[in-house]
Write a protein that binds this ligand. Structure first.
Ligand code: NDP
Ligand code: 8X3
Length: 251
């Protein structure tokens, strides 16, 4: 029987690339996101390779998440892998100038969304004594940068939540991995800069950054390691990215 994967934020970037690689490898794929048209297009594209189920939902809405799980058709019901990928950064201003509304959206999506999806899927995994939760963290959860204030902090939450989940799941065969990519060329910056295409393109200019399919391939590999292997965290950067020096303010 084909395995089943639920991907949040499948309408773009990492999520969409994950949908493609798992569908091409004959997994039953559950695709979610807010943009319905994109879900429909993906279903058309990937439906030739495997069974696809789409659901338009906002991960910030716990009822929508619960209903998705309750209403799944039989062939998708036993979820083997959950990819908690839906997420975003809004703004790059220093904390003093940042918008509180933006902070709340990031907390609600990147933290609460991960919690709602995990809580909805975990009981089935524990009952079946199999499954894998892949959380999409970020280098921003490990390394601070100016303007990364709340976005980075949400990803630190995801990292520690992933570790704590592992400790709670000890004795079961349910695995948990936090994937921590560095800068990657997706719609991430377009969203961060609220549709300002020029600003977004500037971030990726003249740099050979991570591509969505790079991250999807890593996730596919992590999931397909033997069941006895748990990759706890996997941090990955483009070769063209590295840390900077610590800053000193000299007056
Ligand atoms: P994209 O903007 O390309 O994709 C983000 C996805 O998240 C979209 O499919 C979007 O779908 C979905 N999403 C956002 N908010 C919600 C919501 N409230 N409910 C449901 N779905 C939502 O960015 P990436 O692919 O880059 O981002 C994917 C993940 O990777 C995020 O968690 C991000 O923080 C993380 N990340 C990104 C990096 C990068 O440099 N690109 C590096 C490290 C981590 P829709 O709008 O249709 O709802
Ligand atoms: C996205 C990577 O460095 O833009 O998580 O925050 S970064």
């Amino acid at each position: 029987m084909a395995k089943s994967i639920l991907i949040t934020g499948a309408t773009s970037g990492f999520g969409s690339a994950c949908a493609e690689i798992f569908a091409c490898n004959k997994w039953n794929v559950i695709l979610t996101g807010r943009r319905k048209k994109r879900l429909e297009n993906l279903e058309k594209k990937l439906g030739n390779f495997s069974s696809i189920y789409t659901s338009q939902l906002d991960v910030r809405n716990s009822n929508e998440v619960e209903n998705l799980i309750t209403d799944l058709p039989q062939e998708f019901r036993d979820i083997d892998v959950l990819v908690n990928n839906a997420g975003l950064a809004l703004g790059l201003e220093p904390a003093v100038d940042a918008s509180l509304d933006d902070w709340e959206v990031m907390v609600d999506t990147n933290i609460k969304g991960v919690l709602y999806c995990t809580k909805a899927v975990l009981p089935g995994m524990v009952k079946r004594n199999r499954g894998h939760i892949i959380n999409v963290g970020s280098t921003a959860g490990n390394w601070p940068y100016p303007g990364g204030n709340v976005y980075g902090a949400t990803k630190s939450f995801v990292q520690q939540f992933s570790r704590n989940l592992r400790t709670d799941l000890l004795g079961t065969k349910v695995r948990v991995t936090n994937i921590e990519p560095g800068m990657a060329e997706t719609e991430f910056s377009l969203v961060r800069f609220k549709g300002d295409k020029k600003k977004a393109e500037k971030v990726y200019e003249n740099a050979d950054l991570l591509q969505p399919e790079d991250v999807a391939e890593i996730i596919y590999w992590v999931v397909n390691t033997p069941e006895r292997v748990n990759i706890n965290t996997l941090e990955v950067m483009a070769t063209c990215q590295a840390w900077g020096p610590l800053q000193v303010h000299q007056s």
